[in-house]
Design a protein around this ligand. Structure first.
Ligand code: PMP
Length: 372
């Protein structure tokens, strides 16, 4: 009885801008060493796993009820975390949380982008910014970066002045390059964006905890059109939890509530995130280890003769390859999965455990020998 012809996406009456497009996704291959999605390699400590079980058990008793729609306890704890670690005092009123920072970014574009509006990012950068723009009907502008992957302030200012985007994404540290953006640059772009058209500037600090530099959080003070986006996926080692958050003027938090789905954060998610926040200090200990492993990867790759972009994140961009896809495949043949982000000549490796990083370094050492 099964129909003989299969329906394809394009047979459906989908929106024109989705036709022929592919979904976001890194290959999920079953290989011994997976260093391709900037995950934290350390599993959560047992004491935290127990605490999560406890808190989830409590939350389960109330699952007949909708969750706290405003996630007040969680936002209070996230605000406390930021205040303690990011150099600026914020309260629950400044913080909003959603299912991963991807959802935070989507809510921001639903609120401040949308049909007839545009967003800009300085590429190469996190490709989901453009995809979320597309999904929300927001026009996308690909802004420039320099050869060394820093943002050229003058060039960026010129594009903003000319194209007057409604939303400006600044990713610091940037994915996939690892490049941090300094506060001066962010302020220059903020001023340019306000002069062109009052627009929202979204600083995506998903990798903020891994940076050599202080958080850009203090810049939200007195700048209601500036938003800082963060996640528990990386530093908290909780990519599976799906918890992202933003800090901004309380008016922004009120504004995103116009588009959020009611009860978007399940009580299980809220309970789990709260348990993880109780273990912040232990989890930040892993961040310390990952930073020194990241620095070791940079040093060793340079010693092997590779070009390496300075990294403030938990991953490293390295090259240059005449054909990065072939290099990616050669490294994979040695059991190590890295990421080909489509930046010509470059690949990206996430910092793993010391043993995983050794396996990666052995693989690229052999690759280098083949070419010498
Ligand atoms: N921003 C950047 C720059 C990222 O690299 C990522 C994850 N790859 C995200 C946001 C989204 O992370 P999540 O939705 O897991 O919070």
């Amino acid at each position: 009885d099964t129909p003989r012809t299969t329906t394809r996406i394009d047979d459906l009456p989908i929106r024109d801008e989705l036709r022929g497009k592919s979904p976001y996704g890194a290959p999920q291959l079953d290989v011994p060493v997976r260093l391709n999605t900037n995950e934290n390699p350390y599993p959560l400590p047992e004491a935290l796993v127990d605490r999560i079980a406890e808190r989830v058990r409590e939350a389960a008793r109330d699952l007949n009820r909708y969750p706290d729609r405003d996630a007040v306890e969680l936002r209070t704890e996230l605000a406390r975390y930021l205040t303690r670690t990011a150099g600026h005092t914020v309260t629950a009123a400044h913080v909003w949380a959603a299912n991963g920072s991807n959802e935070v970014l989507q809510q921001l574009l639903q609120t401040f982008g949308g049909p007839g509006r545009t967003a800009i990012g300085f590429e190469p950068s996190y490709s989901m910014h453009a995809l979320i723009a597309r999904g929300t009907g927001t026009g996308w502008i690909s802004g420039p970066r320099d050869e060394d992957f820093t943002i050229d302030v003058e060039a960026a200012r010129a594009v903003i002045a000319e194209l007057r985007p409604d939303v400006v994404f600044i990713t610091s540290p940037n994915n996939p390059t690892g490049t941090a953006v300094d506060a001066e640059t962010v302020l220059a772009l903020y001023d340019a964006a306000q002069a062109a058209k009052p627009s929202m500037v979204v600083v995506d600090e998903a990798y903020g905890e891994f940076s050599h530099h202080a958080s850009l959080l203090p810049l939200i003070e007195g700048r209601p059109n500036m938003v800082l986006s963060r996640t528990m996926s990386k530093a908290f080692g909780a990519a599976g939890l799906r918890l992202g958050y933003l800090a901004a003027d309380p008016a922004v938090v009120d504004a995103v509530q116009l588009v959020r789905l009611p009860y978007h954060l399940s009580s299980i998610t809220q309970a789990t995130a709260l348990a993880a926040l109780e273990h912040t200090d232990t989890l930040l200990g892993y961040v310390g280890r990952l930073k020194s492993e990241r620095d070791r990867i940079v040093t060793e790759l340079r010693a092997l003769g590779y070009d390496v972009t300075d990294s403030d994140a938990n991953f490293v961009q390295f090259g240059r390859f005449a054909d990065s896809h072939t290099a990616w495949r050669r490294i994979l043949d040695r059991g190590v999965l890295v990421r080909d982000n489509g930046v010509p000549g470059w690949l990206r490796v996430s910092a793993g455990t010391p043993a995983e990083n050794d396996a990666f370094l052995d693989a690229v050492r052999e690759l280098k020998k083949e070419h010498d």
